[in-house]
Design a protein around this ligand. Structure first.
Ligand code: AMP
Length: 179
C-alpha cells in the first residue's frame, strides 16, 4: 500500500534520554524526504515538537490536529503547514485516525498509550484497519510488549493483532517499511 500520510503519537515531554528526540528527528526528516505527510497532535513541545520541527526543516508537510482545550494552554506549534482545531479530544482522535494510511508510536506517556490502545482496539473491532508501527528504540516498549505477550498467552487477545502491531528497533526500520 502506498503511504501518503502517517499519524504519529508521541510524548508531549522529551523524556530523559536524548536518543528519543534524536530518533524522532530522523523519522521526521525521513518522512519529509519520502514525501509522506506527518499528522500529529499539533504540540510544539517534547517529542511532538521535535518530530514536527525536523519534518518542516526538511520541507515536509505537517498537519497538527489539536482540541480547543489544549489550544488555550498555548503550547501548539506555531509554524505548521496546517493546524486543525477540534471541539474536543474525541473528535481530534477521530480525525487523527481517519486522515492516515498508517500510524507510528514513539516514546511517550499516558496520552500516547491511550491513543495506541484505542487504535489497536478499533482494529480488533474492524472500525478501522490501520497498521501501527511501534518504535522500540532502547527497549522503551519492552515491558509493554511483555504485557501483550502475557495477555495472549493467557487467552485475552483476538487473532491477528500482531499483523497490525509492528515493532521496530529504530527510525530507519520504520522508514524502510514505507514505499
Ligand atoms: P503524553 O504521552 O502523556 O505526553 O501525551 C501525548 C498527548 O498529550 C498528545 O497526543 C495530546 O493528547 C496531549 N498533549 C499534551 N500537550 C499537548 C500540546 N501542547 N499539544 C498537543 N497535544 C498535547
Amino acid at each position: 500500500m502506498k503511504i501518503n500520510a502517517v499519524t504519529v503519537f508521541c510524548g508531549s515531554k522529551l523524556g530523559a534520554n536524548p536518543g528519543y528526540s534524536l530518533q524522532s528527528q530522523i523519522l521526521g526528516k525521513g518522512l519529509a524526504q519520502k514525501g509522506i505527510s506527518l499528522i500529529y497532535g499539533g504540540g510544539g513541545k517534547g517529542i511532538m515538537g521535535a518530530i514536527a520541527d525536523a519534518c518542516l526543516l526538511e520541507g515536509g508537510k505537517v498537519i497538527g490536529i489539536i482540541p480547543k482545550l489544549l489550544l488555550e494552554w498555548e503550547a501548539q506549534h506555531e509554524s505548521l503547514t496546517e493546524l486543525i482545531v477540534t471541539e474536543d479530544m474525541h473528535s481530534r482522535k477521530l480525525l487523527l485516525y481517519n486522515k492516515c494510511d498508517a500510524a507510528i508510536i514513539l516514546p511517550g506517556g499516558m496520552g500516547t498509550m491511550d491513543e495506541l490502545f484505542e487504535m489497536l482496539t478499533w482494529n480488533n473491532l474492524s472500525i478501522h484497519n490501520i497498521k501501527v508501527y511501534v518504535l522500540n528504540w532502547n527497549g522503551f516498549y519492552n515491558n509493554l510488549i511483555a504485557m501483550l505477550d502475557q495477555m495472549e498467552t493467557d487467552g485475552f487477545l483476538y487473532d491477528n493483532w500482531r499483523e497490525r502491531f509492528i515493532i521496530c528497533e529504530n527510525a530507519e526500520t520504520i522508514l524502510n517499511a514505507f514505499s
